[in-house]
Ligand binder design. Structure first.
Ligand code: C2O
Length: 585
């Protein structure tokens, strides 16, 4: 088969020798391409299709046939430059987010106190950016389940991580530089390119899956190149399967390069990851696995009939950070981060966005999230799997690739992992059969409840205790066809939180018993939780929980109201809720 060779031309040591000074500064055009076998379909020395162009923000938009938002505004008489009279979220001029300008990366500011942060995670600057083309796939990389990978695999993987740690500190492929990539994209260090007043944040919105897919993609390619194995696939932490729920044992060996000292020592293997986890609230041992499977079922099937419920909210140029997380992000994802990190308020390394990339386990955790994304798309059948909006598909990000070249990548290239050259080891999905059953049919629970109505001056309400509220259903007794046409959604909005704190609450519908830690029941509707940032800022966010299946399970389809309980699990006193309603989408 005549394809571009996937093998590497140079030996590992020579291709990873310290960069020459002119490359280390990352200001000159990369000179290293001439005469080398290159895996890209288009040589980076060519200038067609915008390859290797000098960085010009306007070109990004123009190359997509779109207008730079600022140009539109300048065209309107330069209003924007003189007085910012245009609201920053005007839908008429929405454009996808665009890769940030690294030269404007800042250490970041605590937006609540205006004090500068003590963490600097800005990447090296390069003026040369390559529009990345997915290379042809010759042989698939297979990502193994971490608990099943053997000695030989780990020997290779550990070697690759050691080599990554041994790269010069200013090499963008170096272990800490790679950790900083995560920090920079989530710690409000970049401004949005089209709207410098708004910070860039790829979490808690519809960029969560595609951005992390690229992040892992290049991480894996760097590791593969370091050990001269173009088929190397990174392991995934198979926490959606009982076999894989403990922290992978290999990561906890002190002599391993996978080891990280900043983990909660009580959560090392054989402890089982608790997806309902919050510090200071414990789940009974025998409930952990059933809870976990029900949680994953909810996040992957029950609560996510609509795209937004799974992916998170729309986020385009001008959108303030954290419009709303998707199901897995607000639940299992956050739980595993915080469960692994130190048991302190800031939770380093895994439990805080700025430091999480310093733990090798982060990548195994996110490989599982990435795998769940692929599984979810496969479960969708004929239902829409992806947004078709350019606001999502055309959004782009910047990463350093395995050759230390700065590349621009987009969302639309991420939709199928096979096209990106990797697959996951097959595992069965025990959660798929875990649709919870109601122990008592709960019809008309709301009728007898003394809880107040979700109306008038009930909001905002603080979650310093369990809050119970009756929420009216604008439609009831819906038939099968209605339900297929429209999903009934519980929307909890105006969730006001400080992003530097770990906060969490669980949501139950028509639940009257006092065991909120049992989540393997039909009344459990979902959770909200967030991984803390270093950057403290107050945000208002929201979540959407699909109710159609839940109301069937509870036999409550004919009820006019539902009783909603919000049960604080972590720092309820720091959570305020702006409103709760039911909508149909
Ligand atoms: Cu980018 Cu799990 O965080």
């Amino acid at each position: 088969m005549a394809t571009i060779p996937l093998s590497w031309s140079g030996s590992v040591p020579s291709s990873f020798s310290p960069l020459p000074q002119h490359r280390r500064s990352f200001t000159a055009k990369p000179p290293h391409f001439s005469g080398q076998i290159h895996r890209f379909a288009v040589s980076c020395n060519q200038t067609n299709e915008g390859q290797n162009q000098e960085y010009d923000p306007k070109d990004v938009e123009n190359s997509r046939g779109k207008l730079d938002r600022r140009n539109v505004l300048f065209g309107m008489g330069g209003l924007y430059s003189a007085v910012n009279l245009v609201p920053s979220t005007s839908p008429a001029i929405a454009t996808p987010i665009s890769s940030p300008d690294f030269t404007k990366c800042t250490k970041g500011t605590n937006l609540n106190t205006n004090q500068p942060l003590d963490v600097n995670c800005c990447p090296p600057v390069s003026t040369s950016i390559i529009n990345y083309k997915l290379p042809p796939v010759d042989k698939m990389r297979v990502r193994p389940a971490a608990q099943l990978a053997g000695e030989e695999y780990y020997a290779k993987f550990e070697k690759a991580i050691s080599l990554m740690k041994a790269l010069p500190a200013d090499d963008p492929r170096n272990f800490m530089q790679q950790a900083n990539v995560h920090c920079a994209y989530c710690n409000l260090t970049y401004e949005q390119k089209g709207d410098p007043d708004v910070k860039l944040q790829i979490h808690n919105c519809w960029h969560f899956y595609p951005w992390h897919r690229w992040y892992l993609y290049f991480y894996e390619r760097i590791l593969g190149k370091l050990i001269d194995d173009p088929t190397f696939g990174m392991p995934f932490w198979n926490w959606d399967h009982p076999d894989g729920m403990p922290m992978p044992e290999r990561y906890a060996r002190a002599a391993s390069p996978l080891y990280n000292a900043r983990r909660n020592p009580t959560h090392l293997s054989p402890a089982v990851l608790d997806l309902a986890y919050a510090p200071n609230s414990s789940t009974a041992q025998d409930k952990i696995i059933p809870n976990n499977l029900t949680i994953v079922y909810g996040e992957m099937v029950r609560n996510v009939k609509k795209l937004d419920d799974f992916y998170g909210d729309k986020y385009v140029t001008g959108t303030a950070p954290n419009p709303g997380p998707g199901s897995v992000e607000r639940g299992s994802h956050t739980a595993a981060h915080v469960w692994v990190g130190e048991a302190t308020s800031t939770g380093e390394d895994m439990g805080n966005f700025y430091s999480t990339g310093r733990d090798t386990l982060f990548f195994a955790h996110h490989a599982n999230i990435d795998r769940l994304w692929s599984i979810w798309r496969n479960l969708r059948g004929s239902q829409p799997k992806d947004y078709t909006e350019a606001d999502w598909l055309e959004a782009d990000y910047l990463f350093y690739d395995e050759n230390a070249d700065l590349v621009r990548v987009n969302v639309k290239d991420t939709l199928e992992n096979e096209k990106m050259g990797y697959v996951y080891q097959d595992r069965d999905l025990p959660w798929l059969k875990k649709r919870p059953t109601a122990r008592v049919k709960k019809s008309a629970v709301a009728k007898t409840s003394k809880a107040p109505e979700a109306a008038g001056n009930f909001f905002p309400v603080k979650l310093d205790k369990v809050v119970k509220v009756l929420v009216p259903r604008p439609k009831k007794s819906r038939n099968k066809k209605d339900k297929e046409k429209e999903e009934e959604l519980l929307v909890i909005e105006g969730i006001e939180v400080d992003t530097s704190k770990f906060v969490k609450f669980d949501v139950f519908v028509n639940d009257e018993d006092d065991k909120p830690d049992e989540l393997d029941k039909a009344e459990y509707a979902g959770s909200f939780s967030q991984v803390p940032h270093k950057n403290s800022t107050t945000v208002k966010t929201k979540i959407r929980l699909g109710l159609t299946e839940l109301l069937e399970d509870l036999d409550a389809e004919d009820d006019e109201k539902v009783l909603v309980s919000l049960v604080p699990k972590a720092r309820g006193e720091d959570i305020s809720i702006g409103g709760i309603k039911i909508i149909y989408a």
